[in-house]
Design a protein around this ligand. Sequence first.
Ligand code: ATP
Length: 226
Amino acid sequence: MANQNKQLSPLKPGIGILGGTFDPIHLGHTQSAQAVADELDLKKVLLIPAHIPPHKTSQELVPHASAQQRATMVEISCHGSTLFSCDQRELKRSGHSYTVDTLTALKKENPNRPLYFIIGMDSLMTFTHWYQYREILTLCHLIVNSRPNYAFEQLNQATIALLKKHQTSNLAELKNVESGNIYFAKTNLFDVSSTQIRHHLVSKTSWNLQLMPEISEYIHKNKLYR
Ligand code: ATP
């Protein structure tokens, strides 16, 4: 009974989080995250570059940037932005960081504030294979952006079951509870990926439009992805 009468303190404004390899960061990342921020009225979005084990990057034929270069490109994308900031905590740890650990730390630092973990549809497709994915949903809401070539119909049964339990289209629900909902953002499609950009750079075909000019310049100056 006492619990029922307990006054819940109102939640503080939420924070968007976009984790990725950002190899390199492109307009699909920033513009889709910006659109989510507009839709959810977020004032802050953290871009968190992931640590990639060296054996993983050497498997592809196309060369990759170092962790420091990826982080620098993310920092450059945040220059002058009041919305975006770069959080390098995963790179500062020596080994792989699980999303659940990063979110646990962020939750501790931001009590009483909803965390909105922004992912593309490709990431939702693998989400039920992520380490402790159920725990992740106790720490944040998932905000899903559509991506070309990743259709709802391709989702596996486990993800469909997860959506049945957690999906909402109610924005108020996302703001009034701290975690546990999955929301499909109404953003446009951004037809770009880091893989496409790396391939374009190797084959020297057109690619400029999908990167901030400052990032193109950094890639050129540092002779990346050749
Ligand atoms: P790669 O092609 O190397 O796999 P990527 O372009 O998918 O890279 P990541 O850094 O792996 O980029 O993505 C980080 C997050 O951003 C993921 O959740 C991914 O789904 C999302 N994302 C990437 N590109 C887009 C895009 N064009 N539109 C919406 N979300 C995107």
